[in-house]
Write a protein that binds this ligand. Structure first.
Ligand code: DOR
Ligand code: ZN
Length: 351
């Protein structure tokens, strides 16, 4: 197969930032994806419906579709950042806003801009119960932050300590286990007893293509560092099997997370891989290597809308088997940004 036309995909997990950083990156997502679930971990975080409305308008303005009255070519699907102080009334307002499609739970300290996140999940049970009642999805960064737990085990321990007890308590809560990275998470999502549309998981291109050796090949490579961190090869294989299985619980979420080059090539490098420009080509390479290009459309374009109860897109996009070299760096405000695997050549390109 030398070309592949699929329904236009959506990105179910994306960081767009704000200001000049957003201006630098949003076009790359809008070029290939029709919609994206936009993460709320700004400084300060997007914790209210009013903040989400304003942020959404800034995104539309940056992408050049704001205020026209026409249907925008790129639709940001907004999320709120859950804190221990989020009022239940804000959940109700989120549900009726028409622009908010999920509430993001960051365990406090787990990742970039997560300080305002949740220290103990028990303390947000009232908010989660409201979400269960309202049918508002919970998008969860699934890692414990306990320093006693090895960094590479934080996702597996999260399943036992947090996710299973939560889902047993609130079986109707719609949960997306974001950017899964382990065999344990893939097994859990596939096998969990969950009624239709109550459990999903996103998988990033980097976790399908690379294992943790990539972080250390030829020296310490910060552009391969993200959270949850890349795991060993057996986990990568389990994720590829999940993504290419056709199981509708698994869908595309790039977790493209732009950070300026100077903050990545730094003594305490920021976590995040920038993949917006080439995410589809990366996914195509991963599915092709698994002999499963025929499963890409479901993963990229059908399973996410089904979970989020949104229509499947109308347009199509064509991928071609044609070598394409990822730019080594791109402009990013006053500085530069280095895309994941910048300078390397991919076997697929997007028309
Ligand atoms: O690598 C990551 N980067 N993981 C996250 O959870 C957050 C993200 C970011 O915002 O940079
Ligand atoms: Zn993320």
């Amino acid at each position: 197969m030398d070309s592949l036309t699929i329904i236009q995909p959506d990105d179910w997990h994306l960081h767009l930032r704000d200001g000049v950083a957003m201006t630098a990156v949003v076009g790359a997502s809008a070029r290939h994806f029709r919609r994206a679930i936009v993460m709320p971990n700004l400084k300060p975080p997007i914790t209210t419906v009013a903040m989400a409305h304003a942020y959404r308008q800034r995104i539309l303005d940056a992408v050049g579709a704001g205020g026209s009255g026409n249907e925008p070519s790129f639709e940001p699907l907004m999320t709120l950042y859950l804190t221990e102080a989020t009022p239940v009334a804000e959940m109700e307002a989120a549900k009726s806003s028409g622009i908010i499609h999920g509430i993001k739970l960051y365990p406090a300290g787990a990742t970039t801009n997560s300080d305002a996140g949740v220290g103990s999940v028990e303390r947000v049970y009232p908010m989660l119960a409201a979400m269960e009642r309202l049918g508002l999805p919970l998008l969860v960064h699934g890692e414990v932050v306990d320093p006693q737990v090895d960094l590479f085990d934080r996702e597996a321990v999260f399943i036992e300590r947090v996710l299973q007890p939560l889902r047993r308590r609130m079986p109707g809560l719609r949960v997306v286990f974001e950017h899964i990275t382990t065999r344990e998470a893939a097994d859990y999502v596939r096998e969990a007893d969950a009624s239709d549309g109550t459990l999903g998981a996103t998988i990033t291109p980097q976790h399908l293509l690379y294992n943790r050796n990539a972080i250390f090949t030829g020296g310490l490579r910060p552009h391969w560092y993200c959270l949850p961190v890349l795991k060993r090869e057996t986990h990568r294989q389990a994720l590829v099997a999940a993504a290419t299985s056709g199981n509708s619980r698994f869908f595309l979420g790039t977790d493209s997370a732009p950070h300026a080059r100077i903050l990545k090539e730094h003594a305490s490098a920021c976590a995040g891989c920038y993949t917006a420009p080439h995410a589809l080509a990366l996914y195509a390479a991963a599915f092709d290597a698994a002999g499963a290009l025929d499963k890409l459309q479901a993963f990229a374009s059908r399973n996410g809308p089904a979970f989020y109860r949104l229509p499947v897109n109308h347009g199509t996009i064509t991928l071609r088997r044609q070598p394409w070299t990822i730019p080594a760096a791109l402009p990013f405000g006053e500085g530069e940004i280095v895309p994941l695997a910048g300078g390397e050549t991919l076997p697929w390109t997007v028309d």
